[in-house]
Structure formats: C-alpha cells, structure tokens
Write a protein of this length. Structure first.
Lengths: 361, 94
C-alpha cells in the first residue's frame, strides 16, 4: 500500500561516491546532493525507513571495505564496526555487496552480504555485525566458485510473515534458503539452468544474478540468472524458466512493481560476451503476468544506446503510480513515475553506477 | 616514543591529525593495536581481517617498508619513525 511521505529519494552508489536525489513535487524534479565519499566506491546505499538511517557500502581501494551510516540524510556519516571474518577462517571481507534492512517486526536488524560470500547480521541498526556461522562452516563451501564479479553474496530476502525464513543469492553458487533464521541452509536451485557446467542442473553452482519478490506474495520468487529468467511459486523449492519472449536470457537486475506483485522488470543484455542491449535499443522489459509474456518499455530512452546495467542498478519505489529507476554503467540515471511506461533523465553525468535504490521519507 | 605519520582517509579517524607520538610499542603490530585504541576503527583500514597489511597500504619504519623486513612483526625502538601511507595504485582501475 502507498505510504504517507514527505519526500521521495533515489539513492545512487557509484564508482566515485554516493549521490542522494530527493523530490518533494511528486517525483517531477530531483535535487541532488553528493558525492558523498568522493572517490570511493559505493556498492550499495539504502534508506532504512524504520530507523531513518542511510546505510552505505563504502569501498576504498587502499583502506578496504566498510559500512557507513547517516541519520541526517548524508550531512554526516559514521563508520560502523566492519563486518569481519574470524582469524581461524583465513579469509577477509573484500567488499560489501548488499545491505538489506530487516522487517518492521525487527527494527534493529540489518543484514549485509559480502565477498567472499558471507551473510552478516546486525542487531543494533548496523553498528556491529555478526557472521553467519552456518554459511561459514557449510559443508560445500570449499567448492563454491566465484562468478565474474567475485564470490559475492548479493541478495538477502527476509519474509515479513516469518523473519526466520531467509533467502540469499550467491554468484556462482545459487539460491539458498533458511527456515530457522540462518542456523541451517539448503540449496534451492531445482530446474535452474547452469549450462556452463557439465551437469546442467546441479544442486548448486548456478550463477544467480538477482533474486526479488513482492512482500504481498512472499512465496513467489523471481530471479535473473546468467542462464535465464526464472520464477518459483513455492518459496524457491522449484523454479520455472520464464524467459518466454524476452530478447535475451541474460541480464543482471530484476525488480517487482510495488503496486502489482505480478508486474516484474528486467534489463536484457545480448549476452555474457556482449553486454549491451539487443539491437542497440536500450529498454526495460516488463511482464504483467509474472513472466508469461514480456514487452519493451523504451519511451524516453535515447536511441541508439549501448548501456549496461549492473545487478543493483534498478529499483522500484512504493508510491502510486509506481516508480522505476535505472542507472547505467556509463552514468545515466533514468526515472519513471508511471510503472516504466515513460522515462526521463535524472542525471546523465554520474560516474559508473553500481546501485540504485528508492525510498520515501 | 614512536613518531607516527599518516595520510589519506586515515585522517578521518584522527580528527584530521597527520602526526602524533605513541608510547609502549615494541612492534608494528602492537603499535597498530595502540593506534586502534586511540582512534577506534583505524586498525580495520590498515589491516585486513587476518591482521595483514592491506595490499595498497605501505608501512615504513625509518623509511624502510616493513614488507622488506618482518612485516607486522617488525620491531620498533624508542625514537623510531613510522609512516602509514597509501601506495601508488593508478592505471586501469583508478
């Protein structure tokens, strides 16, 4: 349901800092602030509406990864205690790929996913982080292989009905589910293609790029994968290929419309070895029936265009009509405030965009 | 006393101070532990989770890179000078 709000935010993580765009006129115009952390890589920046906190994954090539928090929309930031591997693991956090606030029922809980693949949980609003021991000690962990971006845990989904029901996505390991709050994990990759392996449907080893769902239909999961687009109607136990009439099976981000659980968005690229839009026509593709049929949404995008969008580069908001936002590797940020039916430039001069999220405040 | 010089984003942890003196440190490792107590969080910027100096950070003791000595176990003596500096890392990924 649409929420009462004072302003709309688009939060953009880039290769050279974070940018905050705010609108107080119904998303018609946007005012930018930033760059925050100029020169540093911001892999993900999100607004935790429960705690009125901005959280940013900050990576400095010299000084390492950290998570920063701001309670004044970026006027000031505080670095939290970094998520860390224990000494005996022999591993070190290389990058924080994703920050996911928990549910309204657990207002202090925040998750983050890192590389090498690990889930951390904070019970104090991101001030400190606890490693997930079940993943650290998982019996298959030694066999996990990285995708092109590294062995990254990039997706965390928390079920609002039952906060112990967690899903995570790891490239190139696949989707895992825990029913007990992360005490144990099982793979959920049934019928998900991995045709870069001798066994094309292994138990794990799938290159999942992004997993999403709508909070009102939590048992329906969608994933953009290296080898296709898939949907599960049973909480991830079984998957079905829903590429159907999409121009390509390949892409990175995926999003669900906040107003319509059956409306999903993807950004197809030609393929692994040619990561630009098919036919040089940059387009978001939408389905109104959970992936049975797809159609192109390109009104307002320049033509031709050779854009690429990364896995965190697309987001939807919770307003009505629903907004969709997409940021490219070449620094263009586009917004739609009508479910993607038309698009306008928010900025064309940003650094390489790593992540886009949207929130009301 | 050990005289310490820092630069870059490390200044965000030290109230923008670039140089200061630290007592009671017999090695680089113990010095970094003292620094982290003085300026909480600075240790995570210099060392990774395994306590190893980050790849693009250089620590010099009296002008000599600790990677050419005993790394983090390099001994320190009264009056030594320690520089903690970002390395040169330009090119394709900058």
């Amino acid at each position: 349901m649409p929420r009462k709000q004072e302003a709309s935010l688009i939060l953009v993580g880039t290769r050279k800092g974070a940018f905050v765009f705010s609108s107080t006129d119904g998303r018609r115009t946007w005012k930018a602030s930033g760059p925050h952390f100029l020169g540093q890589e911001i892999y993900h920046v999100v607004y935790d509406r429960r705690n009125k906190l901005l959280l940013a994954s900050v990576e400095d090539r010299h000084w390492g990864p950290s998570i920063a928090r701001s309670s004044d929309l970026g006027k000031s930031w505080k670095i939290s205690n970094s998520p860390k591997y224990p000494k005996e693991s022999g591993q070190s956090v290389k990058r924080v790929w994703n920050i996911t606030p928990g549910t309204e029922d657990e207002p202090d809980v925040i998750y983050c996913g890192v590389e090498p693949a690990m889930l951390f949980r904070s019970d104090d609003k991101g001030e400190s982080w606890n490693i997930n021991k079940a993943l650290l000690n998982h019996e298959t962990r030694a066999k996990w292989q990285p995708g092109g971006g590294g062995l990254c845990l990039h997706t965390v989904l928390v079920d609002r009905r039952d906060t112990k029901n967690l899903h995570i996505g790891i490239s190139a390991v696949g989707t895992l589910n825990s029913k007990d709050g992360g005490m144990t994990w099982k793979f959920q990759n049934k019928n998900v293609l991995a045709d870069f392996q001798p066994d094309k449907y292994p138990e794990y080893g799938q290159c999942v790029h992004k997993v999403v769902r709508h909070n009102e239909r939590p048992d329906v999961l969608y994933q953009q994968n290296h080898c296709g687009v898939f949907r599960s109607d049973d909480g991830g136990d079984n998957w079905k290929d829903i590429r159907n009439n999409l121009p390509s099976r390949f892409g990175f981000p995926m999003a669900v419309d906040a107003n319509d659980p059956k409306r999903v968005y993807v950004v197809p690229l030609i393929g692994d070895f040619s990561r630009v839009s098919p036919d040089n026509k940059f387009s978001i593709w939408a389905s109104d029936n959970s992936g049975k049929e797809w159609y192109s949404l390109a009104r307002g995008f320049p033509k031709p265009a050779y854009f690429e969008v990364l896995r965190e580069g697309m987001a939807t908001d919770e307003e009505d009509p629903g907004g969709v936002y997409v940021g490219t590797k070449t620094g263009q940020l586009f917004a739609s405030r009508n479910h993607g039916n038309s698009w306008s430039f928010v900025s064309g001069v940003l650094p390489e965009i790593y992540s886009v999220t949207a929130s009301a405040i | 006393m050990i005289k310490v010089f820092i630069t870059g984003h490390l200044k965000d942890y030290t109230g923008k101070k670039r140089e200061f003196e630290v007592a009671n440190s017999k090695s680089v490792s113990s010095l970094l532990g003292v620094l982290d107590k003085m300026f909480p969080g600075i240790g995570d910027r210099i060392l990774d989770d395994q306590g190893v100096t980050r790849p693009f950070v250089n620590i010099f003791v009296n002008g000599e890179n600790i990677r050419d000595r005993a790394k983090e176990n390099t001994t320190l003596n009264e009056g030594d000078t320690v520089h903690i500096l970002p390395s040169v890392a330009g090119g394709l990924v900058a």
